[in-house]
Design a protein around this ligand. Structure first.
Ligand code: ZN
Length: 178
């Protein structure tokens, strides 16, 4: 394999046992090739829809409450109103309609605040992920420049005068980025 003259191992000062890490990783099926794999990209954000679910459930329960209220207050059971007394139909309507309505509103309020909180959390996580992706891209492009010396079992970026064991490759790729 023909090598650039600068791909000299910082430990043995030779390049006869040196090969490009990306080439080893792609060309070989050895255990070494596996250990020389590029750094894994950051995981994407996981979606949490529980707040929306609570919000939708709240709307559903509120609609049920309103339907019960309307149904009981206008239904056939509606008896003629007695003076100075709340009509029985309205009493039934309030009795059956108010509980789901209150629960529905409670769920909607809860869902609304949980949704706001989760949107805030997603914003923070998104910003962190963006930074993490940038660091990974730099580490990944450092990996492209990486060489491996079989004699010393180390990896190095030519010209940096530094090296690392294969086990510490990821740390080496990330630590120089700052
Ligand atoms: Zn060497």
């Amino acid at each position: 394999m023909k090598l650039e003259s600068y791909a000299v191992c910082p430990m043995c000062k030779m390049n006869d046992k040196v090969a490009k890490v990306a080439v080893i990783h792609e060309a070989e099926a050895s255990e070494l090739a596996q250990r020389l794999k590029p750094p894994d990209p950051p995981l994407p954000l996981t979606r949490d829809n529980s707040a929306v679910l609570i919000l939708v459930t709240g709307i559903g329960i509120l609609i049920l409450g309103i339907c019960l209220f309307v149904g009981f207050s206008t239904g056939e059971t509606a008896a003629p109103a007695v003076a100075n007394k709340i009509p029985p139909a309205i009493v039934s309507a309030l009795k059956f309609g108010s509980v789901p309505s209150v629960f529905g509103i409670g769920f909607i309020v809860l869902g609304y605040f949980l949704r706001k909180k989760s949107q805030e959390r997603i914003r923070i996580e998104q910003a962190e992920l963006t930074i993490e992706c940038q660091r990974w891209q730099k580490a990944r492009s450092r990996w492209e420049k990486l060489y491996y010396c079989e004699r010393d079992d180390i990896v190095f970026v030519p010209g940096e005068m530094t090296s690392a064991s294969v086990a510490n490759m990821n740390t080496y790729l990330y630590q120089e980025i700052g």
